[in-house]
Design a protein. Structure first.
Length: 369
């Protein structure tokens, strides 16, 4: 979607199919035809890499959030972004001096989009500078780091939000709404498959210090988080098995493929696959006593596709990052919660499960949560 007009036209065309209660509020507001007059979340992006670029493009269509600053270690990127997004020089920082954002009244939040292993320290510095933190997934590389981040943001009185864009995605939101409304009956089984074949062996994703792990941290986390929002419960145990076929590319500390299972208090179970060695794996399946939901692709950039026992999911595709950032602005300013949480506690829950999965894979034992 290239322009704001196209974005709004698409919303108007699809407005009739949107369920009122559970559609992301920003979508509904955009559909009411009124110009937006409320507060705008002024965001600086830290880390101008591949996903940072995608978020910046998505934010061009936001009405509640605006890109106003950057934090980068590469001066040439800063020059490009300043031109492209009309960013004033006073809102540009590097990794050494970004604590000074504290003295900048024109920035409300910093979106941390750097390698996973840097999130904790960077997020805590942003919190100490008194700015809201939006942090990419995984929120950190283990639960201990996650706990420190939650604590620091609480102490600073700022929000900590995690880039769980699926929590704002209309088809996902509809499936969660159906589950909450009991339309699947008692949900008993979730299957999540998350994976792709990773390329360049020199990238940070294959460096344990920067990534905190392999496929699990990067893509398996979608199946973990998905199992929780699809079933609506928190797991109480995990088991896991690891397979490694290339110990040069996937060195110590970098998981290639892990299958894992989770048990939930109701008796529901989940069976998931996380891998850096197979393509075509982006699939969720939820089974209940009265129906099912099947989504494939389930967490890619979209369009998401899926069906339930009632038929095809027809909610519109809207750029995920646009919905997420408008939704997060609404959360910060108005306290409006998305259908599944996106706060630091939510990120921490996934990190605790990841820690448990790594332990289960290593020991071969069932790990209680
Ligand atoms: P990337 O490699 O494209 O970008 C990372 C950026 O961090 C680069 O601009 C790089 O210069 C900068 N950086 C700062 N310090 C660095 C260091 N010491 N080493 C390496 N790079 C450094 O990666 P990406 O794909 O943009 O991923 C960034 C984060 O976003 C990760 O946490 C990733 O999990 C997350 N992500 C989320 C989604 C999503 O859909 N929510 C998608 C992709 C990535």
């Amino acid at each position: 979607m290239s322009s704001r007009r196209e974005f709004l036209e698409k919303l108007t065309v699809s407005a009739v199919s949107l369920p009122i209660l559970y559609s992301p509020a920003s979508v509904l507001a955009a559909c009411d035809g009124q110009p937006y007059k409320g507060p705008v979340l002024r965001v600086a992006i830290m880390g101008l890499g591949s996903y940072g670029n995608r978020v910046a493009r998505g934010m061009e269509s936001c009405k509640r959030a605006k890109l106003v600053g950057v934090i980068s270690g590469t001066p040439s990127k800063v020059i490009d972004w300043r031109k492209k997004y009309d960013i004033p020089e006073k809102n540009c920082y590097n990794y050494k001096n970004f604590d000074q954002v504290k003295n900048n009244p024109d920035i409300d939040a910093v979106y941390v989009i750097t390698p996973n292993g840097l999130h904790c320290e960077q997020a805590i510095r942003v919190a100490k500078a008194g700015k809201h933190v939006i942090c990419e997934k995984p929120m950190a590389i283990n639960a201990e780091e996650g706990e420190r981040m939650v604590k620091a943001c609480k102490a600073a009185g700022v929000k900590l939000l995690v880039g769980y864009r699926m929590h704002f995605e209309p088809k996902t939101v509809e499936v969660i709404r159906m589950r909450k409304a009991g339309e699947f009956g008692k949900t008993k089984f979730f299957q999540g498959q998350s994976g792709f074949v990773i390329g360049d062996p020199t990238q940070w994703r294959l460096n344990p210090k920067l990534s905190g792990g392999g496929a699990m941290m990067d893509i398996g986390v979608y199946s973990i988080n998905g199992s929780r929002y699809m079933l609506g419960e928190e797991p109480i145990w995990v088991t896991a098995q690891e397979v490694k076929t290339d110990s040069v590319k996937f060195k110590e500390g970098i998981d290639e493929t892990i299958t894992f299972q989770m048990g939930f208090p109701s008796g529901a179970i989940a069976s998931c696959l996380s891998t850096y060695a197979m393509n075509n794996l982006d699939r969720f399946f939820l089974n209940g006593e009265k129906g099912f939901a099947e989504m494939q692709p389930s967490t890619g950039y979209g369009p998401i596709e899926g069906r339930t026992h009632k038929g095809k999911l027809t909610q519109p595709h809207i750029t995920h990052q646009t919905l997420q950032m408008d939704g997060m602005a609404q959360l910060i300013f108005e306290g409006v919660q998305p259908i599944a949480p996106v706060d630091g506690e939510e990120g921490l829950k996934d990190l605790k499960i990841i820690d448990a999965i790594f332990l289960a894979a290593k020991t071969g034992k069932k790990v209680e949560l």
